[in-house]
Ligand binder design. Structure first.
Ligand SMILES: Cc1cc2nc3c(=O)[nH]c(=O)nc-3n(C[C@H](O)[C@H](O)[C@H](O)COP(=O)(O)O)c2cc1C
Length: 316
């Protein structure tokens, strides 16, 4: 059950992708997801070429299964460097996040036999990436942790499914078997999860961060430009909330600048309630920190059980 087009495309057992997570998903998480039958994906955002090379080697020491590397197109130089390293080291799958990496980058990866999967926030972006030759897209809604657009997963996924011919993976706001099954009902061939994977034994999110995830409500995230300049959904800290509140009431520029300074100063604070991290709305559902294997097998088993109940619900 649940063997879909994305499983064949990426040579994975379950149609479950772990979204790349800068600051939330290191080599142990990536290898554990791939070992458990999903697709683990390494982040590169903000990292050096040396780090990428050692991360790829570390994942290969831990698993022989397929894994991916994520490229965040933050400028042509960085994109070209990551593309070159992925080709040189024979990485099987590259995912792209936040923006279009450019037709040339996609062509180079494809010519090297690498599968390319692009995370997209709109129908237009999905069509563009399909035109550039990517193998699949992840339609990721505004519920997601990390860089987000404005459209929610529920309307985005079926609209993207209708707009492109390549497989569509649903991302943003999925954290259990119900979300997984809903994604299939919307026409997706698989799911991508980020926030749920941060609360696992193998994630390198620190203990404080995992405590936050388990305690958070669905309203405890917000979207801010104060982290990277683009819109990022993250844990609501007092500093980020104060900055966004000042922007919303059109506070004087000096006050906004001061609040931005406070956000920056709190970036790497050790104190509870101050640490910054991207996280999605699904954090409100997380109540435990399982191993990746238990999480994936539990979700697939429960989704199969729920799917068997659907005919009865439809007939009722
Ligand atoms: C802490 C964190 C860091 C992230 N970093 C990246 C990244 O470097 N590149 C990327 O393409 N997406 C990044 N994302 C987005 C995830 O890959 C994934 O698409 C998203 O988390 C899915 O939504 P969910 O959080 O509701 O599961 C990040 C998400 C989180 C929570």
């Amino acid at each position: 059950m649940f063997h879909t087009a994305i499983c064949d495309l990426l040579s994975i057992r379950y149609p479950i992708l772990q979204g790349a997570m800068q600051g939330g998903g290191g080599v142990d998480l990536v290898a554990a997801v791939s070992e458990a039958g999903g697709l683990g994906v390494l982040p590169t955002f903000g990292g050096t070429d040396g780090k990428l090379r050692s991360d790829i080697a570390a994942v290969r020491e831990r698993t022989s299964r397929p894994f991916g590397v994520n490229i965040m197109p933050m400028g042509r130089g960085i994109t070209e460097r990551c593309v070159g390293t992925c080709i040189e080291l024979g990485v099987p799958i590259v995912t792209t996040g936040r923006a279009d990496p450019g037709e040339e980058a996609v062509r180079k990866l494809k010519d090297a036999g690498i599968k390319v999967v692009s995370v997209i926030p709109t129908v237009e972006h999905a069509r563009r990436m399909e035109g550039e030759g990517v193998d699949a897209v992840v339609a990721s809604g505004t519920e997601a942790g990390g860089h987000v657009g404005t459209v929610a997963t529920m309307p985005l996924v079926p609209m993207v499914v209708d707009a492109v011919r390549i497989p569509v993976v649903a991302g943003g706001g999925i954290g259990d078997a119900r979300g997984m099954l809903a994604a299939f009902a919307l026409g997706a061939s698989g799911i991508q999860m980020g926030t749920r994977f941060m609360a696992t034994v193998e994630s390198d999110m620190n203990a404080w961060g995992q405590e936050q995830l388990v305690a958070m409500r669905e309203t405890d995230t917000l979207v801010t430009r104060s982290m990277t300049g683009a819109t990022v959904r993250c844990i609501r800290t007092p500093e980020i909330a104060a900055y966004e509140e000042a922007l919303a009431r059109h506070a004087p520029e000096a006050e906004v600048t001061e609040l931005m300074r406070a956000v920056r100063a709190s970036r790497n604070e050790e104190k509870p309630l101050r640490r910054q991290s991207a996280a999605g709305q699904i954090a409100g559902m997380i109540r435990d920190v399982p191993t990746v294997k238990d999480l994936i097998e539990g979700m697939v088993g429960e989704a199969a059980r729920l799917a068997r109940r659907l005919p009865a619900i439809a007939d009722a």
